[in-house]
Design a protein around this ligand. Structure first.
Ligand SMILES: Cc1ncc(COP(=O)(O)O)c(C=O)c1O
Length: 281
């Protein structure tokens, strides 16, 4: 049996309960007394991880949930398509398991920006530049935790903060969905393409792609924008994947999602039973 992560609710249910509660726990651990959990940012591939935003909405109703994608494949921003270099996200359709009604903002991020920051964060000249700019050594030391889609989330977090004019009380959390373990060859490719990383490159990338991050290629979703994204599912899932129209219509109903996420207890029971049966417990 082949599980399709784009349409298996288990994917979203897992992230709702686990990623969601972990994000909540992290916020509680780091937040000052007057801080707000202002936004949760998630790049969408199968749209499992963004379901943590549904969990957080139940605890922090005013939170902004932002979906990020590549500007070169702006499906949520412009019903667009295209090849891009942010690996693991953006498959040119709206996943069945994405509760678009809970998404407040779409941020499309230029993949060139992600690749340039990948170099800034991983070339010795880039790291030295950041240290000299006053970035703390422990932060510089942790930059390899960010792979390409994590950098995409980071840039989207800055954009979201600028768009909503967040201040020092507003906390944004975003998962780092990949790390540099996967991308050594991508850094080598960039070196081959653009030559050795020089101080001038680091300065330019820092100024243009971090300090200069603006609010371009964002879309705050209104009711009918969300409905348009929901409707876009029709072409993939009903026309091509033989889903029933009634099933699609149900995805627009908030009760459907509440009921679906509540199935976790039933699922846990089934998993325990299965594990017992195969001798894992
Ligand atoms: C590197 C990377 N980033 C982001 C994502 C997106 O996560 P999700 O599929 O839960 O939307 C994936 C998905 O596999 C991924 O591999």
């Amino acid at each position: 049996m082949i599980f399709n992560q784009f349409e298996e609710f288990g994917n979203a249910i897992w992230h709702y309960h686990l990623t969601g509660s972990i994000v909540d726990e992290v916020f509680k651990r780091i937040a000052g007394e007057r801080d707000r959990l202002a936004a949760y940012i998630s790049a969408t591939g199968s749209a499992g991880t963004i379901a943590a935003g549904d969990y957080l909405r139940t605890r922090y109703p005013l939170i902004k949930v932002a979906a990020t994608e590549a500007l070169q494949c702006p499906t949520l921003l412009r019903c667009g398509f295209g090849g891009h270099r942010i690996e693991g996200i953006g498959d040119k359709h709206v996943p069945w398991v994405h509760n678009v009604r809970n998404t407040d903002m779409v941020c499309a991020i230029d993949d060139e920006q992600c690749m340039s920051l990948l170099r800034l964060f991983n070339e010795e000249t880039g790291l030295e530049f950041l240290r000299r700019r006053g970035v703390a050594a422990d932060v510089v030391g942790q930059l390899p935790l960010l792979g390409i889609s994590s950098i995409c989330n980071l840039v989207a977090a800055i954009k979201t903060a600028r768009y909503y004019e967040f201040d020092s009380r507003d906390v944004i959390l975003t998962p780092l969905t990949d790390s540099m373990e996967l991308y050594g060859s991508r850094v080598a490719e960039q070196r081959k393409l653009h030559g050795p990383y020089r101080e001038a490159d680091a300065g330019m990338h820092h100024a243009r792609y971090l300090e200069g991050v603006g609010i371009d290629n964002l879309r705050e979703l209104g009711y009918y924008d969300r409905k348009a994204l929901h409707n876009l599912k029709y072409f993939t899932w009903v026309e091509q994947q033989q889903r029933e129209l009634e099933e699609l219509n149900r995805l627009w109903d908030p009760d459907f999602w509440e009921e679906t996420f509540a199935q976790v207890h039933e699922w846990d029971g089934l998993i325990d039973e299965f594990n017992k049966r195969v001798g894992l417990l």
